[in-house]
Design a protein around this ligand. Structure first.
Ligand code: GTP
Ligand code: MG
Length: 368
Protein backbone atom coordinates (compact mmCIF):
# COMPACT_ATOMS: atom_id res chain seq x y z
CA UNK A 1 0.00 0.00 0.00
CA UNK A 2 1.31 3.45 -0.88
CA UNK A 3 0.76 6.14 1.69
CA UNK A 4 1.17 9.84 1.00
CA UNK A 5 1.57 12.53 3.62
CA UNK A 6 0.15 16.03 3.25
CA UNK A 7 1.48 18.73 5.55
CA UNK A 8 -0.09 22.18 5.68
CA UNK A 9 -0.66 25.16 7.94
CA UNK A 10 -4.17 24.00 8.81
CA UNK A 11 -5.95 20.68 8.81
CA UNK A 12 -8.46 22.00 6.27
CA UNK A 13 -5.65 22.78 3.79
CA UNK A 14 -4.04 19.38 4.33
CA UNK A 15 -7.39 17.64 3.67
CA UNK A 16 -8.08 19.82 0.64
CA UNK A 17 -4.67 18.94 -0.83
CA UNK A 18 -5.27 15.23 -0.22
CA UNK A 19 -8.72 15.40 -1.79
CA UNK A 20 -7.42 17.30 -4.83
CA UNK A 21 -4.99 14.48 -5.49
CA UNK A 22 -7.07 11.46 -4.47
CA UNK A 23 -10.69 12.53 -4.72
CA UNK A 24 -13.52 12.50 -2.22
CA UNK A 25 -13.08 8.83 -1.37
CA UNK A 26 -9.47 9.35 -0.30
CA UNK A 27 -8.86 6.86 2.47
CA UNK A 28 -7.46 8.75 5.46
CA UNK A 29 -5.09 6.64 7.51
CA UNK A 30 -4.01 9.32 9.98
CA UNK A 31 -4.80 12.97 10.68
CA UNK A 32 -3.50 15.22 13.39
CA UNK A 33 -1.18 17.96 14.57
CA UNK A 34 2.51 17.24 14.16
CA UNK A 35 4.18 16.65 17.53
CA UNK A 36 5.59 19.97 18.76
CA UNK A 37 4.53 21.63 15.55
CA UNK A 38 1.30 23.29 16.61
CA UNK A 39 1.25 26.98 15.67
CA UNK A 40 4.23 26.69 13.31
CA UNK A 41 3.96 26.70 9.55
CA UNK A 42 3.22 23.27 8.11
CA UNK A 43 2.17 21.87 11.44
CA UNK A 44 -0.77 19.61 10.48
CA UNK A 45 -0.58 16.35 8.62
CA UNK A 46 -2.94 14.01 6.83
CA UNK A 47 -1.81 10.63 5.60
CA UNK A 48 -3.85 8.97 2.86
CA UNK A 49 -3.77 5.63 1.19
CA UNK A 50 -2.72 6.76 -2.28
CA UNK A 51 -4.27 3.84 -4.09
CA UNK A 52 -7.83 3.50 -2.81
CA UNK A 53 -8.98 0.13 -3.98
CA UNK A 54 -12.47 -0.97 -4.90
CA UNK A 55 -14.54 -2.31 -1.99
CA UNK A 56 -13.93 -5.91 -3.03
CA UNK A 57 -10.19 -5.38 -3.24
CA UNK A 58 -10.21 -3.55 0.09
CA UNK A 59 -11.97 -6.48 1.74
CA UNK A 60 -9.61 -8.97 0.16
CA UNK A 61 -6.63 -6.90 1.25
CA UNK A 62 -7.97 -6.64 4.79
CA UNK A 63 -8.66 -10.37 4.92
CA UNK A 64 -5.15 -11.11 3.65
CA UNK A 65 -3.63 -8.75 6.22
CA UNK A 66 -5.58 -10.33 9.06
CA UNK A 67 -4.77 -13.84 7.83
CA UNK A 68 -1.06 -13.01 7.74
CA UNK A 69 -1.12 -11.48 11.22
CA UNK A 70 -3.00 -14.51 12.52
CA UNK A 71 -0.63 -16.95 10.85
CA UNK A 72 2.35 -15.29 12.53
CA UNK A 73 0.58 -15.34 15.89
CA UNK A 74 -0.53 -18.97 15.37
CA UNK A 75 3.05 -20.07 14.66
CA UNK A 76 4.31 -18.37 17.80
CA UNK A 77 1.41 -19.78 19.78
CA UNK A 78 2.03 -23.35 18.59
CA UNK A 79 5.62 -23.19 19.78
CA UNK A 80 4.63 -21.61 23.12
CA UNK A 81 1.92 -24.21 23.63
CA UNK A 82 4.27 -27.09 23.05
CA UNK A 83 6.63 -25.67 25.68
CA UNK A 84 3.79 -25.04 28.11
CA UNK A 85 2.34 -28.54 27.70
CA UNK A 86 5.73 -30.18 28.31
CA UNK A 87 6.36 -27.94 31.33
CA UNK A 88 2.93 -28.76 32.76
CA UNK A 89 3.51 -32.52 32.54
CA UNK A 90 7.01 -32.26 33.99
CA UNK A 91 6.10 -29.99 36.87
CA UNK A 92 2.91 -31.76 37.90
CA UNK A 93 3.23 -35.47 37.20
CA UNK A 94 0.45 -36.27 39.65
CA UNK A 95 -2.09 -33.88 38.19
CA UNK A 96 -5.51 -35.14 37.34
CA UNK A 97 -5.19 -37.17 34.19
CA UNK A 98 -7.13 -35.65 31.38
CA UNK A 99 -7.15 -36.50 27.73
CA UNK A 100 -4.26 -34.84 25.94
CA UNK A 101 -6.64 -32.75 23.86
CA UNK A 102 -7.99 -31.07 27.00
CA UNK A 103 -4.47 -30.40 28.25
CA UNK A 104 -3.67 -28.76 24.94
CA UNK A 105 -6.83 -26.67 25.13
CA UNK A 106 -5.99 -25.56 28.66
CA UNK A 107 -2.48 -24.58 27.55
CA UNK A 108 -3.90 -22.56 24.67
CA UNK A 109 -6.38 -20.73 26.88
CA UNK A 110 -3.68 -19.89 29.43
CA UNK A 111 -1.38 -18.56 26.73
CA UNK A 112 -4.23 -16.24 25.79
CA UNK A 113 -4.07 -14.88 29.37
CA UNK A 114 -7.56 -16.14 30.10
CA UNK A 115 -8.03 -15.97 33.88
CA UNK A 116 -7.90 -19.32 35.63
CA UNK A 117 -11.59 -19.31 36.66
CA UNK A 118 -12.60 -18.83 33.01
CA UNK A 119 -10.17 -21.55 31.87
CA UNK A 120 -11.84 -23.96 34.32
CA UNK A 121 -15.25 -22.85 33.14
CA UNK A 122 -14.39 -23.55 29.48
CA UNK A 123 -12.86 -26.96 30.32
CA UNK A 124 -15.89 -27.92 32.39
CA UNK A 125 -18.24 -26.90 29.59
CA UNK A 126 -16.24 -28.89 27.04
CA UNK A 127 -16.16 -31.98 29.26
CA UNK A 128 -19.87 -31.66 29.95
CA UNK A 129 -20.64 -31.24 26.27
CA UNK A 130 -18.53 -34.15 25.08
CA UNK A 131 -18.88 -36.64 27.90
CA UNK A 132 -17.70 -40.08 26.78
CA UNK A 133 -16.81 -38.84 23.32
CA UNK A 134 -13.62 -37.37 24.82
CA UNK A 135 -10.64 -39.48 23.92
CA UNK A 136 -12.15 -40.82 20.73
CA UNK A 137 -9.93 -40.62 17.65
CA UNK A 138 -11.52 -37.50 16.27
CA UNK A 139 -11.77 -35.73 19.61
CA UNK A 140 -9.48 -32.85 18.54
CA UNK A 141 -12.16 -31.64 16.15
CA UNK A 142 -14.92 -32.27 18.69
CA UNK A 143 -13.01 -30.43 21.40
CA UNK A 144 -12.42 -27.49 19.10
CA UNK A 145 -16.09 -27.25 18.26
CA UNK A 146 -17.13 -27.45 21.91
CA UNK A 147 -14.39 -25.00 22.93
CA UNK A 148 -15.54 -22.47 20.33
CA UNK A 149 -19.05 -22.62 21.81
CA UNK A 150 -17.76 -22.33 25.36
CA UNK A 151 -15.42 -19.40 24.63
CA UNK A 152 -18.11 -17.62 22.59
CA UNK A 153 -20.38 -18.01 25.61
CA UNK A 154 -17.89 -16.05 27.73
CA UNK A 155 -18.25 -12.84 25.72
CA UNK A 156 -21.49 -10.93 26.21
CA UNK A 157 -22.47 -9.29 22.93
CA UNK A 158 -25.08 -6.69 22.10
CA UNK A 159 -25.45 -6.52 18.35
CA UNK A 160 -25.82 -2.86 17.34
CA UNK A 161 -29.09 -1.91 15.71
CA UNK A 162 -29.91 1.16 13.64
CA UNK A 163 -30.86 4.02 15.99
CA UNK A 164 -34.48 5.02 16.40
CA UNK A 165 -35.10 8.28 14.63
CA UNK A 166 -37.95 10.75 14.98
CA UNK A 167 -38.22 10.22 18.74
CA UNK A 168 -41.09 11.61 20.75
CA UNK A 169 -38.78 13.86 22.77
CA UNK A 170 -37.32 15.36 19.57
CA UNK A 171 -33.74 14.60 20.65
CA UNK A 172 -31.25 12.98 18.30
CA UNK A 173 -30.00 9.51 19.21
CA UNK A 174 -26.82 10.26 21.18
CA UNK A 175 -23.85 7.87 21.10
CA UNK A 176 -20.91 8.72 23.36
CA UNK A 177 -17.47 7.11 23.13
CA UNK A 178 -15.07 7.09 26.10
CA UNK A 179 -11.94 5.27 27.21
CA UNK A 180 -8.22 5.32 27.93
CA UNK A 181 -5.80 7.40 25.85
CA UNK A 182 -4.94 6.42 22.31
CA UNK A 183 -7.25 3.40 22.15
CA UNK A 184 -9.02 4.50 18.96
CA UNK A 185 -11.98 6.54 20.24
CA UNK A 186 -11.85 9.28 17.60
CA UNK A 187 -11.21 6.80 14.80
CA UNK A 188 -14.16 4.70 16.02
CA UNK A 189 -16.42 7.78 16.12
CA UNK A 190 -15.42 8.52 12.51
CA UNK A 191 -16.07 4.92 11.42
CA UNK A 192 -19.48 4.86 13.14
CA UNK A 193 -20.42 8.26 11.72
CA UNK A 194 -19.50 7.15 8.20
CA UNK A 195 -21.57 3.97 8.67
CA UNK A 196 -24.64 5.85 9.92
CA UNK A 197 -24.41 8.14 6.89
CA UNK A 198 -23.64 5.58 4.21
CA UNK A 199 -25.56 2.50 5.44
CA UNK A 200 -28.57 4.14 7.03
CA UNK A 201 -28.66 7.53 5.26
CA UNK A 202 -28.94 9.35 8.59
CA UNK A 203 -28.13 12.98 9.34
CA UNK A 204 -25.11 12.71 11.58
CA UNK A 205 -23.58 15.34 13.86
CA UNK A 206 -20.34 15.16 15.83
CA UNK A 207 -19.33 16.70 19.15
CA UNK A 208 -15.61 16.98 19.95
CA UNK A 209 -15.88 17.06 23.73
CA UNK A 210 -12.09 17.21 24.05
CA UNK A 211 -11.90 20.66 22.46
CA UNK A 212 -9.25 21.90 24.89
CA UNK A 213 -6.67 19.41 23.52
CA UNK A 214 -4.30 20.62 20.84
CA UNK A 215 -5.32 19.24 17.46
CA UNK A 216 -8.26 17.18 18.82
CA UNK A 217 -11.03 19.16 17.10
CA UNK A 218 -8.99 19.34 13.90
CA UNK A 219 -8.67 15.53 13.87
CA UNK A 220 -12.44 15.05 14.13
CA UNK A 221 -13.10 17.89 11.67
CA UNK A 222 -10.93 16.15 9.11
CA UNK A 223 -13.02 13.01 9.22
CA UNK A 224 -16.24 15.05 9.40
CA UNK A 225 -15.36 16.99 6.27
CA UNK A 226 -15.01 13.73 4.35
CA UNK A 227 -18.19 12.24 5.80
CA UNK A 228 -20.05 15.52 5.35
CA UNK A 229 -21.12 15.94 8.99
CA UNK A 230 -21.17 19.11 11.13
CA UNK A 231 -18.82 19.19 14.15
CA UNK A 232 -19.24 21.19 17.35
CA UNK A 233 -16.33 21.60 19.74
CA UNK A 234 -17.14 21.43 23.46
CA UNK A 235 -14.74 21.99 26.34
CA UNK A 236 -16.91 20.98 29.28
CA UNK A 237 -20.34 19.72 30.36
CA UNK A 238 -22.31 22.89 29.65
CA UNK A 239 -20.64 23.26 26.24
CA UNK A 240 -21.67 19.65 25.51
CA UNK A 241 -25.29 20.54 26.27
CA UNK A 242 -25.03 23.58 23.96
CA UNK A 243 -23.42 21.52 21.20
CA UNK A 244 -26.21 18.92 21.40
CA UNK A 245 -28.83 21.68 21.26
CA UNK A 246 -27.12 23.10 18.16
CA UNK A 247 -27.21 19.66 16.51
CA UNK A 248 -30.86 18.99 17.42
CA UNK A 249 -31.84 18.60 13.76
CA UNK A 250 -29.53 15.59 13.32
CA UNK A 251 -30.81 12.00 13.58
CA UNK A 252 -27.70 10.79 15.40
CA UNK A 253 -25.02 12.69 17.30
CA UNK A 254 -21.71 11.06 18.19
CA UNK A 255 -19.80 12.51 21.13
CA UNK A 256 -16.01 12.00 21.25
CA UNK A 257 -14.40 12.44 24.67
CA UNK A 258 -10.80 12.94 25.85
CA UNK A 259 -8.70 9.88 26.66
CA UNK A 260 -7.74 9.34 30.29
CA UNK A 261 -5.17 7.11 31.93
CA UNK A 262 -6.76 4.51 34.19
CA UNK A 263 -4.91 5.85 37.25
CA UNK A 264 -6.23 9.38 36.71
CA UNK A 265 -9.50 8.99 38.58
CA UNK A 266 -10.11 12.75 38.96
CA UNK A 267 -9.95 13.22 35.21
CA UNK A 268 -12.06 10.12 34.58
CA UNK A 269 -14.64 11.84 36.79
CA UNK A 270 -14.54 14.76 34.33
CA UNK A 271 -15.47 12.34 31.54
CA UNK A 272 -18.27 11.11 33.81
CA UNK A 273 -19.51 14.70 34.02
CA UNK A 274 -19.50 14.92 30.20
CA UNK A 275 -21.58 11.72 30.11
CA UNK A 276 -24.04 13.18 32.62
CA UNK A 277 -24.36 16.31 30.46
CA UNK A 278 -24.77 14.41 27.18
CA UNK A 279 -27.36 11.92 28.56
CA UNK A 280 -26.35 9.42 25.86
CA UNK A 281 -28.58 6.64 24.57
CA UNK A 282 -25.46 4.51 24.19
CA UNK A 283 -22.16 4.94 26.06
CA UNK A 284 -19.37 2.89 24.52
CA UNK A 285 -16.17 2.21 26.43
CA UNK A 286 -13.30 1.49 24.03
CA UNK A 287 -10.88 -1.22 25.22
CA UNK A 288 -7.95 -2.21 22.99
CA UNK A 289 -7.16 -5.86 22.28
CA UNK A 290 -3.52 -4.80 22.03
CA UNK A 291 -3.28 -3.97 25.78
CA UNK A 292 -2.15 -6.31 28.54
CA UNK A 293 -4.70 -8.20 30.64
CA UNK A 294 -3.65 -6.17 33.70
CA UNK A 295 -4.17 -2.78 32.10
CA UNK A 296 -7.48 -3.85 30.54
CA UNK A 297 -8.67 -4.99 33.95
CA UNK A 298 -7.58 -1.69 35.51
CA UNK A 299 -9.25 0.34 32.74
CA UNK A 300 -12.52 -1.60 33.03
CA UNK A 301 -12.56 -0.88 36.76
CA UNK A 302 -11.51 2.77 36.55
CA UNK A 303 -14.01 3.62 33.81
CA UNK A 304 -16.91 2.16 35.79
CA UNK A 305 -17.69 5.79 36.65
CA UNK A 306 -18.78 6.56 33.09
CA UNK A 307 -21.55 3.93 33.19
CA UNK A 308 -20.74 2.32 29.84
CA UNK A 309 -23.58 0.33 28.33
CA UNK A 310 -21.47 -1.11 25.50
CA UNK A 311 -17.83 -2.04 24.89
CA UNK A 312 -15.97 -1.45 21.63
CA UNK A 313 -13.06 -3.87 21.31
CA UNK A 314 -10.49 -1.96 19.28
CA UNK A 315 -7.19 -2.89 17.63
CA UNK A 316 -8.07 -6.59 17.42
CA UNK A 317 -5.69 -6.70 14.45
CA UNK A 318 -2.84 -5.94 16.85
CA UNK A 319 -3.85 -8.26 19.66
CA UNK A 320 -1.61 -11.14 20.67
CA UNK A 321 -3.75 -12.44 23.51
CA UNK A 322 -7.47 -11.99 24.01
CA UNK A 323 -8.15 -13.51 27.44
CA UNK A 324 -7.74 -10.14 29.17
CA UNK A 325 -10.29 -8.62 26.82
CA UNK A 326 -13.00 -11.14 27.75
CA UNK A 327 -12.25 -10.69 31.43
CA UNK A 328 -12.41 -6.87 31.11
CA UNK A 329 -15.72 -6.92 29.24
CA UNK A 330 -17.18 -9.16 31.94
CA UNK A 331 -15.77 -6.91 34.65
CA UNK A 332 -17.20 -3.78 33.00
CA UNK A 333 -20.64 -5.43 33.11
CA UNK A 334 -21.53 -4.32 29.58
CA UNK A 335 -21.77 -6.15 26.28
CA UNK A 336 -19.43 -5.87 23.29
CA UNK A 337 -20.90 -3.80 20.46
CA UNK A 338 -18.21 -3.34 17.80
CA UNK A 339 -14.83 -4.79 16.87
CA UNK A 340 -12.29 -2.56 15.17
CA UNK A 341 -9.61 -4.23 13.10
CA UNK A 342 -7.37 -1.54 11.63
CA UNK A 343 -6.69 2.14 11.08
CA UNK A 344 -8.73 2.68 7.97
CA UNK A 345 -11.85 4.82 8.12
CA UNK A 346 -14.54 3.68 7.42
CA UNK A 347 -13.69 0.06 6.54
CA UNK A 348 -12.02 -1.41 9.60
CA UNK A 349 -15.02 -1.92 11.88
CA UNK A 350 -17.48 -4.78 12.24
CA UNK A 351 -20.38 -5.70 14.50
CA UNK A 352 -19.26 -7.65 17.56
CA UNK A 353 -19.70 -11.38 17.10
CA UNK A 354 -18.96 -13.84 19.92
CA UNK A 355 -18.22 -16.75 17.58
CA UNK A 356 -15.76 -14.72 15.53
CA UNK A 357 -14.11 -13.60 18.76
CA UNK A 358 -13.80 -17.23 19.89
CA UNK A 359 -12.13 -18.09 16.57
CA UNK A 360 -9.65 -15.25 17.05
CA UNK A 361 -8.90 -16.38 20.60
CA UNK A 362 -8.54 -20.07 19.82
CA UNK A 363 -6.69 -19.46 16.57
CA UNK A 364 -7.12 -21.20 13.26
CA UNK A 365 -8.02 -24.84 13.12
CA UNK A 366 -4.72 -26.49 12.23
CA UNK A 367 -6.51 -29.34 10.50
CA UNK A 368 -8.76 -27.09 8.44
N1 GTP B 1 -4.14 -1.13 14.33
C1 GTP B 1 -5.17 -0.37 14.66
N2 GTP B 1 -4.98 0.93 14.90
C2 GTP B 1 -6.06 1.68 15.24
C3 GTP B 1 -7.36 1.14 15.34
N3 GTP B 1 -8.21 2.14 15.71
C4 GTP B 1 -7.45 3.26 15.80
N4 GTP B 1 -6.16 3.01 15.53
C5 GTP B 1 -5.01 3.92 15.53
O1 GTP B 1 -4.71 4.26 16.88
C6 GTP B 1 -4.19 5.59 16.91
C7 GTP B 1 -5.00 6.41 17.92
O2 GTP B 1 -6.32 6.54 17.42
P1 GTP B 1 -7.31 7.68 17.93
O3 GTP B 1 -8.64 7.41 17.30
O4 GTP B 1 -6.73 9.04 17.74
O5 GTP B 1 -7.34 7.32 19.48
P2 GTP B 1 -8.08 8.12 20.66
O6 GTP B 1 -8.57 7.10 21.61
O7 GTP B 1 -9.08 9.05 20.09
O8 GTP B 1 -6.84 8.92 21.27
P3 GTP B 1 -6.92 10.14 22.33
O9 GTP B 1 -8.05 11.01 21.93
O10 GTP B 1 -5.58 10.81 22.16
O11 GTP B 1 -7.07 9.53 23.69
C8 GTP B 1 -4.29 6.15 15.49
O12 GTP B 1 -3.03 6.00 14.88
C9 GTP B 1 -5.32 5.24 14.84
O13 GTP B 1 -5.15 5.15 13.44
C10 GTP B 1 -7.54 -0.27 15.09
O14 GTP B 1 -8.62 -0.86 15.16
N5 GTP B 1 -6.40 -0.97 14.76
MG1 MG C 1 -9.31 11.11 20.32
Amino acid sequence: MTRVRYIADSMAEAVAAARRQHGIRARIVHAGALPGGFGRRGSFEVVVDAAPASLGVTRARRAARLALARAVIAARRASDEAGEAVAAVESAPTMEVRPAVLARLAARLRLQSLPEDLVSHVLARVEEELGDALGADDSDALVRHAALQAVAGLLPVSTPRAPTIGRADGRPHVVLVAGPTGVGKTTTVAKLAAGFRAEHGLRVGLVAADAFRVGAVEQLRTYASIIGAPVRPADGPSAVRDALAALASCDVVLVDTPGRGHRDSARIDEVGALVDAARPDETHLVLPGSASAASLDAAAGAFGRVGATRIVLSKLDESETLGGVVAAVRRAGAAASWFTTGQEVPDDIERADAHRFAELLLGEDEEA
